[in-house]
Design a protein around this ligand. Structure first.
Ligand code: AMP
Ligand code: GLY
Length: 424
């Protein structure tokens, strides 16, 4: 089987590695990939939003299954385009991708299917007055969210009416472009945040790992929000009983609800959850794997990943079950100083090659360039260093011992990844 992975970050590096380990895979190609992925995988420079280019590439290379990493091509309808061209794809189609593409769609969908999530109101740009009246009266804190994709920047947790009002005005003034032309204003949920991933084939969903992310840039969960500075899996706070509850009250009703509305959900489904006093509630859906969560979940998976993806595309997940390597995985993200505000390119990273092949250690490249044998940073989040071990402590120590051997003065990382589970 010939697989084409779409994307060029650390998540896609993990997807490529897992596919390449499958006896089913005769070839794995990545578009656009990055220089780290290219160490072991053919990368072709086609952008993730170049739908025509991706369809042509899949045809030219006689690809059997296209595996889509990021949300943008999914929301743009890449899977619909591939399927129309007779190419099999792993990822939700455009209609299903609305779960991430539009928060107003997601909330209304949850309301239709009694899926537990925070109470909310939706306001369009022409309803600014009503939105402001709502934030003047509703209970605080309030959460103001841009409806569309805003690269993780479209959510404001407002502790005061002032901040809520400003969030409404900023979004309606165009700060997030079209993504902010509609706002979801919802109740604040109290609890611990955790993620659960499912793999879906349209009717069956299997849990494919739990994880906890670290969204803030700096130690102690301070600093600006980022795409994620580190993660670990499994997340002990999601006990087997809670996993079962989330599958039964959130994931399966989502698949069933979509199917009842004529939409088949195929691909990874990423549930951002709040464990409230009343049980797990859905904060958000992402229609893809998490990054860097993928870099801790896939290294734990013992099931043949190529077979699993093929099973999902063919609607055969009801005949499959997942097997896991024992133990834990923890990843530390190394980012360019200045991220997330800015990430100057070109700083030199030394010591990476010496880490290759170390046991229980995986270095995933998110944004590197290899210029004449020298590694350089080429973006915000640049590397994810994953350690595995029999305990979370062992996994953490493995990851941080490797991070200490990477010589990159212009980079930074958090030193407290895993604190929540380790202090439990
Ligand atoms: P979202 O992109 O919708 O997940 O929002 C980003 C982050 O904002 C989440 O990961 C939570 O940390 C926080 N958040 C979102 N909605 C709520 C809510 N209703 N209550 C509390 N925190 C929230
Ligand atoms: N790490 C969070 C995300 O992938 O959205």
């Amino acid at each position: 089987m010939r697989f084409l992975v779409i994307g060029g970050g650390g998540r896609e590096h993990a997807l490529c590695r897992a596919l390449q380990a499958s006896p089913l895979a005769t070839e794995v190609i990545c578009a656009p990939g990055n220089d780290g992925i290219a160490l072991a995988t053919t990368c072709v420079d086609v952008a993730v939003d170049d739908l025509d280019g991706i369809v042509s590439l899949a045809q030219e290379r006689a690809i059997d299954i296209v595996v889509v990493g990021p949300e943008l091509p999914l929301v743009l309808g890449l899977v619909d385009r591939l399927e129309a061209a007779g190419i099999r794809a792993f990822g939700p189609n455009r209609a299903a991708a609305q779960l991430e593409g539009s928060k107003a769609f997601m909330k209304a969908f949850c309301a239709r299917h009694a899926i537990p999530t925070a109470g909310y109101r939706v306001f369009g740009k022409d309803e600014a007055e009503a939105a402001l009246a709502h934030v003047a009266a509703a209970a605080l804190p309030l959460v103001v969210k841009a409806d569309g994709l805003a690269a993780g920047k479209g959510v404001v947790i407002a502790e005061t009416r002032e901040v809520a009002r400003e969030a409404v005005e900023t979004a309606f003034a165009g700060a997030f472009g079209e993504a902010g032309a509609t706002l979801v204003i919802e109740e604040f949920l109290e609890g611990e945040e955790v993620s659960l991933f499912a793999i879906c084939d349209g009717t069956t969903a299997l849990e494919i790992g739990t994880a906890q992310d670290h969204k803030r840039a700096f130690d102690g969960d301070t600093g600006p929000n980022t795409g994620g500075m580190g993660a670990y899996s499994p997340a002990p706070v999601l006990t087997p009983a809670l996993v079962e509850e989330v599958m039964a009250t959130i994931i399966q009703p989502t698949l069933d609800g979509l199917a009842a509305e004529g939409v088949s959900y195929k691909g990874f489904l990423y549930a951002g959850l709040m464990l409230t006093a009343d049980g797990p509630e859905l904060l958000e859906y992402n229609v893809r794997f998490g990054d860097p969560e993928c870099q801790v979940v896939l290294p734990r998976l013992a099931t043949d990943f190529g077979q699993l993806i093929t099973g999902a595309v063919d609607g055969m997940l009801d005949r499959m079950s997942l097997r896991w390597h024992p133990g834990h995985a923890l990843t530390v993200v190394l980012a360019t100083r200045g991220y997330p505000a800015s990430s100057p390119k070109g700083s030199v990273i030394r010591g990476l090659d010496a880490l290759a092949g170390e046991p229980d250690l995986l270095v995933f490249h998110a944004a590197t360039r290899n210029i004449e044998g020298q590694w350089q940073a080429h973006g915000g989040r640049v590397l994810a260093v994953t350690g595995r071990g029999p305990t979370l402590e062992a996994a953490r120590d493995r990851a941080y011992a490797a991070v200490a051997r990477i010589d990159w003065p212009e980079g930074f990382h958090r030193s407290d990844i895993g604190w929540r589970a380790l202090s439990r």
